[in-house]
Ligand binder design. Structure first.
Ligand SMILES: Cc1ncc(C[n+]2csc(CCOP(=O)(O)OP(=O)(O)O)c2C)c(N)n1
Length: 633
């Protein structure tokens, strides 16, 4: 398809005098580019197709980048990228060194705010608007937030402040009634009612016009007349929740109708104080398979355009699948098991549990903090809650994990999914900090198996532990190991000494055990004697095993797909120090920097976390004389 209009524009300025029909044609071109590109690269196609007209109308109605446009999460902003000079690089979306799948301040002046996690846009907008007011500047601030993101506490904390301070700010609610899965909760239900009430809006407009037509006079008379109008207004009109909070409300309007959107957005910027524009959109709009299967098309990998079929390599079952299936198995015999997700039933594969035990499954919306404390409450009430959450989103619930779960030493199991590098989603989604932040909490126990079989066995074992447990597992396919045997729990706190080695021993956590074994083989050919330990437990460490190992080896290499700072290696360092052990320890892991999108293979190679890389590090690090001495012996 030709994209003449799109290629003709260098910046949003170029479209600001176009007629609506031309903008509609532009929308068609943008949709086509989004579909063709994501069919190759994968990505957030559904949300982005749903926000094409919103992006055009916002850049049309506002003087961006002077006016500040803030997208919540940033996954729906592909049209925004295409309108702001990134068309040529668009095929690099989500690829190594390519365009980010979210917004990036270093990518464009139009990217005012970076995110990846939900529900930050309103707080950010309030901060930017307050800075503007304090500095007596005149730009406008617009935030676009989805109905899913509006389920999070943060959004309400921001609205609470915005409604009170009455600053000039426009909040566009991009309401498609979907989070990743269908949206949940009482507020979602409320939005549905609001959506279905255009009659309310019409009536409201009519009454408002009527009230405006009442003449007012100057001075004190004017004040009391205004007050009377306000009282009348309240008496005649029901006020919706946004209005109660102090916003002016425009809506619901059709978020795919440019002729409707543009004047409303223009008017909204003329209003004093905060405004809500409630736009009704459809996830996947304009691409039939995404319209029909919005959940699957939230963030798929590559797909066939004509059929909407996903192009998938045959791979072993994913860790999430194994976790979800094992939990279903265990729940058959343990009626006290409850599964909790914060808006990720498909991603965490708790949808399997939802199907099997709908009454013991809770999707609480994008509300990780609430999910953690809700789990704690369930535990106090005698249930066995299992909250499966991506490592990166668990960051949100840190205080709740400390204060509500661990402080009361409650037996909540955290299924820490996507623990490790995540690929295309990049820096905001890497699951590489949780060991550091969980390890510091008293009562917390943390484990990670070397493969999906150990994940099953650890989950079974965790059920018997009367304390909080964080069970980590990576994103993506398992190793394809046989899962058919009986589900035997791993003895709690016990690691596995896989190979002995006098020169040094690699103590690895999680699937890093396998590259450790590969490095051992490579180095064995060169005369090095390298041992390997599958640690399994980060907290408590298997100190008995570590004591035996350190008697038999000259040095330790710790290995983790996690930040070195405060991570698994740090736990080993602390233990060595405590024991007064003076053997050399090298910590292999991830550096102290945010890691952008790119394949895990690429980063394993870059950070020397694959077999070759570890072997290189060991060669460079092991004291040469030691090695020679040992070889002579
Ligand atoms: C704190 C947090 N939890 C979970 C997610 C995963 N996530 C990404 S998009 C999304 C749905 C957002 O729904 P909505 O705001 O309605 O936007 P839509 O995708 O429907 O346009 C979720 C749950 C996230 N980004 N941040």
């Amino acid at each position: 398809m030709e994209t003449n209009l799109l290629t003709s524009i260098k910046s949003p300025k170029d479209i600001r005098n176009w007629p609506v029909a031309q903008l509609e044609e532009l929308a068609r071109e943008i949709r086509q580019v989004i579909i063709e590109t994501t069919a190759q690269t994968g990505g957030h196609i559904g949300a982005s197709l749903g926000a094409v007209e919103l992006a055009i109308a916002l850049h049309y109605a506002y003087d961006t980048p002077h006016d500040k446009l803030i997208w919540d999460i940033g996954h729906q902003a592909y049209a925004h990228k295409l309108l702001t000079g990134r068309g040529e690089n668009f095929t690099t979306l989500r690829q190594l060194h390519g365009l980010s799948g979210f917004l990036k301040r270093r990518e464009s002046d139009y990217d005012v705010w970076e995110a990846g996690h939900a529900s930050t846009s309103l707080s950010a907008a309030m901060g930017i608007a307050s800075a503007r007011d304090l500095r007596h500047q005149g730009y406008r601030v617009v935030a676009v937030i989805g109905d899913g993101a509006l389920t999070a506490g943060m959004a309400w904390e921001a609205m609470n402040q915005i409604g009170q301070t009455k600053t000039n700010l426009v909040m566009v609610v991009n309401d498609n009634s979907m989070s990743i899965a269908p949206n949940v909760g009482a507020f979602s239900r409320y939005l549905t009612e609001l959506r279905a009430a255009p009659a309310y809006t019409r009536m409201k407009q009519e009454v408002e016009q009527l009230l405006d037509s009442i003449p007012v006079f100057g001075g004190p008379l004017r004040k009391s007349a205004e007050r009377i109008k306000d009282l009348l207004h309240r008496a005649v009109l029901p006020r919706n929740v946004f209005e109660e909070l102090g916003f002016k409300y425009y809506g619901p309007i059709d978020g795919h109708n440019l002729a409707e959107l543009i004047p409303v957005l223009r008017n909204a910027q003329l209003v004093e104080g905060p405004v809500v524009v409630h736009a009704i959109t459809q996830k996947g709009h304009g691409y039939r398979p995404a319209e029909e299967r919005p959940g699957e098309f939230h963030g798929p990998g590559p797909f066939e355009i004509h059929s909407g079929k996903f192009i998938k390599k045959t791979q072993p079952r994913s860790y999430s699948q194994v976790f979800g299936q094992t939990l279903v198995e265990l729940a058959q015999e343990h009626p006290e098991i409850i599964a909790i997700t914060a808006a990720m039933p498909d991603g965490t594969k708790l949808d399997l549990f939802q199907k099997a035990f709908p009454h013991r499954f809770f999707d609480v919306g994008i509300a990780e903090q609430h999910a953690a404390t809700f789990s704690a409450g369930l535990a106090v009430g005698g249930m066995r809650p299992v909250f499966a959450v991506y490592s990166t989103f668990l960051q949100r619930a840190y205080d709740q994990v400390i204060h509500d779960i661990c402080h009361q030493d409650l037996p909540v199991i955290l299924g820490v999914d996507r623990a490790g590098l995540v690929g295309g989603d990049g820096a905001t989604h890497q699951g590489v900090y949780d060991i550091t932040f969980l390890r510091a909490i008293p009562n917390m126990e943390i484990a990670m198996g070397k493969d999906e079989l150990e994940l099953r066995q650890l989950l079974r074992a965790a059920l018997d532990i009367p304390h909080p447990v964080a069970l980590r597992y990576p994103r993506g396919a398992g190793r394809g190991v046989d899962l058919n045997g009986p589900l035997v729990p791993i003895p709690w706190g016990k690691g596995e000494w896989l190979a002995e080695g006098e020169d040094a021993t690699i103590v690895a956590i999680g699937p890093m055990v396998y590259p450790a074994l590969a490095a051992r083989d490579i180095l064995a050919h060169e005369g090095y004697r390298i041992g390997v330990v599958n640690a399994r437990f980060i907290k408590p460490l298997d100190t008995e095993l570590l004591r035996q190992v350190t008697h038999e080896t000259a040095a330790l290499i710790t290995l983790e797909e996690h930040a070195v700072a405060g991570g698994f290696g740090s736990a080993i360092n602390e233990w060595c120090h405590d024991q007064g052990l003076f053997l050399p320890v090298f910590n292999a892991g991830l550096p102290d920097e945010f890691i952008d999108q790119g394949s895990t293979d690429y980063y394993w190679n870059l950070y020397e976390l694959n077999g070759e890389g570890i072997a290189r590090r060991v060669r460079a690090w092991l004291p040469q004389e030691e090695r020679i001495k040992k070889q002579i012996k």
